[in-house]
Design a binder for this molecule. Sequence first.
Ligand code: HEC
Ligand code: HEC
Length: 258
Amino acid sequence: MPVTGDECAVDDLECQGRQLFLNVPASAAPQALWCSQCHTLGDIANGAIGPDLTNIAVDAESRKPGTTAREYIRESISEPEAFLCEVELCTQGLMTASVTGGLTDEEVDLLVEFLMSATAATEMQTAVGDVVVPTTPTDTPADAPAPAGGLVAEGQALFMAAPANVGPQALWCSECHRIEGLAEGLIGPDLTDIGSVAGTRKPGTSAEEYLVESLRDPDGFIPDGVERATPGLMTLAIVQDLTDEQVDALVAFLLAQQ
Ligand code: HEC
Ligand code: HEC
């Protein structure tokens, strides 16, 4: 139910705040992801990248000792890197100053008031029986398919956790990508049957060539018509330190996802 700016009356600050939460304003630089794509909020947003904000006005009271809810929410927006929350999806390095840095003071005020009042509205709705079900990330199921062994098994291990040679990463393959029964990432495309479809992505490019390219030059080609193929998220910095052997193992693993 995104509303457009023109639908908000000049004195309807709640509407203007919701509008800012849902859509990137002109004051902010172009963004790969915005508030409503990273956060869940009642029934207006269901992002699974950052923490659920459905009850933030209440939750924020206890986040940081000596800080009121309003102060905490304001700081989260104007200085997102100053304090890291300790609930689900509080991943460091995702909500950066480059996301919110361009917002004017007035826009930050609107967002703070919107988040304070959105909680009250959600509580009211819940109280009258209109139950709001926020999406919560599911745990990786234990019944993950057994890897075929050798290179594929090595590739699976590399997919699940960053190896020591690539350095600490805010997010890794399995956190951004979903593979049925194995990984539940919802930031990048679903790779459940990437082995079958990789050969159709780019004319004249075989499945194997396409997968090598996806890992060696992730910004080089963005697939068309693929869900969550957002440019600028899988960057070279994430994969550049993988060795040729590690890329081979990952490609063997991905080719096995039919
Ligand atoms: C790229 C994803 C992303 C975007 C875009 C984003 N956030 Fe966040 N946000 C996060 C993550 C991850 C955290 C937790 C880590 C942290 O505090 O930096 C967070 C933390 C927060 C918190 C504190 C939550 C808590 O439970 O303590 C608030 C409030 C918040 N964001 C509001 C916003 C608003 C408003 C916007 C839009 C102007 C926005 N965020 C844009 C990912 C994002
Ligand atoms: C920060 C999130 C993120 C991380 C980490 C990440 N990816 Fe991606 N990946 C994406 C996004 C978004 C796309 C789509 C845009 C693009 O092609 O860059 C993508 C595209 C792909 C594609 C092409 C998918 C298609 O359907 O054509 C493959 C294959 C892939 N990633 C594999 C990996 C592997 C293997 C890793 C770990 C080494 C990894 N990704 C790490 C977000 C991520």
